[in-house]
Design a binder for this molecule. Sequence first.
Ligand SMILES: Cc1cc2nc3c(=O)[nH]c(=O)nc-3n(C[C@H](O)[C@H](O)[C@H](O)COP(=O)(O)O)c2cc1C
Length: 219
Amino acid sequence: MKIAAFVSSSSHHGNTATAVQKFLEGARAAGAETEIYYLHDYDMKPCRGCRACEKTGTCVIKGDDIPLLHEAIRSADAYVLATPTFYGDITGAFKVFVDRCYPFVDIWKDEETQQMRFGSRNKERRPGVLIAVSGSHGDMVFDSHMKVGYFCLNDLNSYPWREFCIPFTTWKPVAEMEDVVEKLYQGGQDLVRHMESGEGEDLARTGAYFARYRELKYN
Ligand SMILES: Cc1cc2nc3c(=O)[nH]c(=O)nc-3n(C[C@H](O)[C@H](O)[C@H](O)COP(=O)(O)O)c2cc1C
């Protein structure tokens, strides 16, 4: 049972990395194998938006490290996506990573309704965890992190099993937030139990994400 975490802070010892490491510590203690991919250590060119992958499932950009990250996605049984807050939003590195996950999207036309349908080329449905950190803002700042994180998980055929939003790290680093560290560690253990029990996703929870982010109505 393997959990792959993707971290978009440049620091291996910062708040986001610490949060992810604590979560994975808990998961390892419960028997999982874990791997962290620090996105800044990988060459990720931005998506060109050519949409060729919609037909082929393969990216036209050659020579960077994305195939390695895609392999990590394909071979994991659960995902952790983690980002700090930059200017009230996710980091640039996180966005580049998410955009380059587009080859996982499976798009087809429903012959009956003639509507476009969206699925994932990932065959197995897997749990996903979102971790977001901010320096000076409170919880409200995390909406965009959760939205982009959910969209990405959805394209990987993954459901939002749990999220950890950690504000105010400027006042206290994550490593010193004892209650948060405990929650993260426990969360890692819980995820492994969830995977072992074979329990499916909480459809109401996924449905609530869908309703919130996919079916926004603009008047
Ligand atoms: C370029 C930049 C922009 C930032 N913008 C915000 C922001 O808008 N709101 C906020 O609460 N924190 C902001 N921060 C603070 C980081 O989110 C915070 O320090 C976080 O803990 C960094 O995570 P890390 O240690 O994993 O890199 C910003 C930091 C940087 C470097």
